[in-house]
Design a protein around this ligand. Structure first.
Ligand code: 48F
Length: 255
């Protein structure tokens, strides 16, 4: 059989457009494909919700790929060890309560779990604005292709509608900042200095609905509340993603 480029081109365009059309209205939009976003996506997808994960870069994984200072290893503490097991990420105990995993494996397994859970990934797409509609609720996202922004092109964006949004954009807290600029109901304090113990112990209580329809997770949650940063210990990111998913499920239920 000879390969026909016309079929290859049609297969790609038609499949992607079909998937994209399904994303116009989704249960949960997750902005940011770092560890917290991937964990949340996977739990929500497993629960049967329609989940779209929007990531501005070419690949998901966020700050997890680089481990600590480009040593591709991450540390996870005891409280999150069960999530390493859940995602079948191999690890070894470095000393009591500190587990070390490979960054590449961790990103790969989280991504794989989200794929298996049916999450739709929109990569190279940036959330640049939000829609706030009835009952003062975040009802959807305004998106554009990332290269449009990089090239400085004047191209209007399109919209994706969702019942819940999770801002998992890391240190930027991009979605929370947009809402903060356009309403007086959200204020992003910005993250504090490095203090892993404090940052990791506070992240779950900061993972919450900060505006109707908008939940912050991962480093974005700590950034919103002016909490300290934690560096390459990743347990809090996974736990925060799991907690964000549970908050959505409490409201929307499973399918
Ligand atoms: O930064 P990131 O990995 O977020 P996280 O899940 O994890 C933080 C850790 O990696 C690390 C840390 C742990 O100790 O502090 O930094 O909180 O991933 C955030 C993702 O969001 C994307 C960005 O490219 C990255 O992959 N992102 C940011 N803004 C936007 C976005 C946007 N406006 N639209 C789409 N994606």
């Amino acid at each position: 059989m000879e390969l026909d480029e016309r079929i290859i081109t049609r297969a790609i365009i038609e499949s992607e457009l079909t998937a994209l059309l399904d994303c116009i209205e989704t249960d949960v939009a997750i902005v940011g494909g770092g560890p917290s976003g991937l964990a949340a996506a996977s739990f929500l997808g497993e629960a049967g919700l329609a989940v779209t994960l929007i990531e501005k870069k070419l690949s998901v994984g966020g700050g997890m790929w680089g481990g600590g200072m480009m040593f591709p290893r991450i540390v996870v503490q005891e409280s999150a060890r069960r999530l390493l097991d859940h995602f079948r990420i191999h690890y070894h105990a470095y000393t009591e309560g500190y587990y070390v995993a490979g960054a590449v494996e961790a990103v790969s397994k989280l991504t794989s779990a989200a794929c298996d859970a049916g999450v739709e990934f929109l990569t190279l797409m940036t959330v640049e604005d939000v829609m706030i509609r009835s009952e003062n609720r975040l009802s959807g996202l305004v998106v554009n292709w990332t290269p449009v922004g990089i090239a400085g092109l004047h191209v209007d964006p399109l919209t994706l509608w969702c019942r819940y949004t999770i801002d998992a954009t890391g240190h930027d807290a991009s979605v929370a900042r947009i809402v903060g600029k356009k309403t007086d109901q959200v204020f992003v304090k910005g993250e504090g200095f490095m203090w892993a113990e404090k940052a990791e112990s506070m992240i779950i209580s900061h993972t919450k609905e900060i505006f109707p329809g908008l939940i912050v997770a991962g480093m974005a949650a700590n950034a919103v509340f002016g909490e300290t940063r934690m560096g390459p210990v990743f347990g809090g990111m996974l736990l925060s993603g799991e907690h964000a998913a549970s908050l959505v499920l409490r409201e929307l239920g499973t399918r």
